[in-house]
Design a protein around this ligand. Structure first.
Ligand code: NHR
Ligand code: GAR
Length: 208
């Protein structure tokens, strides 16, 4: 059984989708813990209600990013993860932390990378006049939102869309592609070569 630790900062709807698909589809894996950097993160309640261990490492309690990340890694490593999953985790992570989990840390980002790394992706896509947007699951590397791409979803931008309607349409696809990408990881079906990901088990994109 592969052990998955999920990092969240807020609602945790991607975390919920992962927990549910893992149970329904009988992955060779278990969600060992959900860790948040904010005690108020709503997702902690869902995790606890499902018998999953939870922990909080509040970044505001640390003087430096390094001190926060050292403690975060200590707490995570206590759960002995094979895979670390960022699911709406809102703190940039330094190179030392990222290297410690190299090749076993995934993120979902609400844009079609390499377009729009960073924050406020839907607002920026609307401002740019994009006609399609989406989400990307990628391995995490020290450079923000630049790691090898595992899976992407593409959704249309419709007349009258605002940040919120777009975010909702993209989020529905995140709940499909993130569990699929993680399932491939725990099944050992992802191959990393020359900074690119391949797998032979099905489509690497969802087109709405
Ligand atoms: N860290 C590394 N090294 N590489 C990535 O690809 C990462 C990462 C940490 C988080 C998720 C993320 C995203 O998908 C992620 C990917 C937060 C920020 C940010 O600017 C940017 C990207 C992502 C998450 N955070 C502010 C900060 O100063 C704080 C914002 C807040 O607290 O609301 O850390 O886009
Ligand atoms: C998701 O849309 C995720 O892609 C995005 O935040 C949302 C979290 O929702 N992530 C980022 O913006 C990372 N910078 P959730 O907490 O309900 O999963």
């Amino acid at each position: 059984m592969k052990r998955i630790v999920i990092l969240i900062s807020g609602r945790g709807s991607n975390m919920e989708a992962i927990v549910q698909r893992c149970a329904e589809q009988g992955w060779p894996a278990q969600v060992a813990a959900v860790v948040a950097n904010r005690a108020e993160a709503q997702g902690l309640q869902f995790a606890a209600a499902h018998g999953i261990a939870t922990a909080v490492v509040d970044h505001k309690a640390f003087a430096t990013r390094e001190a926060f990340e050292t403690e975060l890694a200590r707490v995570i490593d206590g759960f002995e993860p094979d895979l670390l999953v960022l699911a709406g985790f809102m703190r940039i992570l330094g190179a030392a932390f990222v290297r410690h989990y190299e090749g076993r840390m995934l993120n979902i980002h609400p844009s079609l990378l390499p377009a729009f790394p960073g924050l406020h992706t839907h607002r920026r896509a609307l401002q740019a006049g994009c006609k399609a947007v989406g989400a990307t699951v990628h391995f995490v590397t020290p450079e923000l939102d630049h790691g090898p791409i595992v899976m992407q979803s593409v959704v249309p931008v419709r007349p009258g869309d605002d940040e919120h309607t777009l975010a909702e349409r993209v989020l529905a696809t995140e709940h499909v592609i993130y569990p699929q990408a993680i399932r491939w990881f725990v099944q050992g079906k992802l191959q990393l070569e020359d900074g690119r990901v391949s797998q032979l088990d099905g489509a690497s994109q969802v087109l709405i």
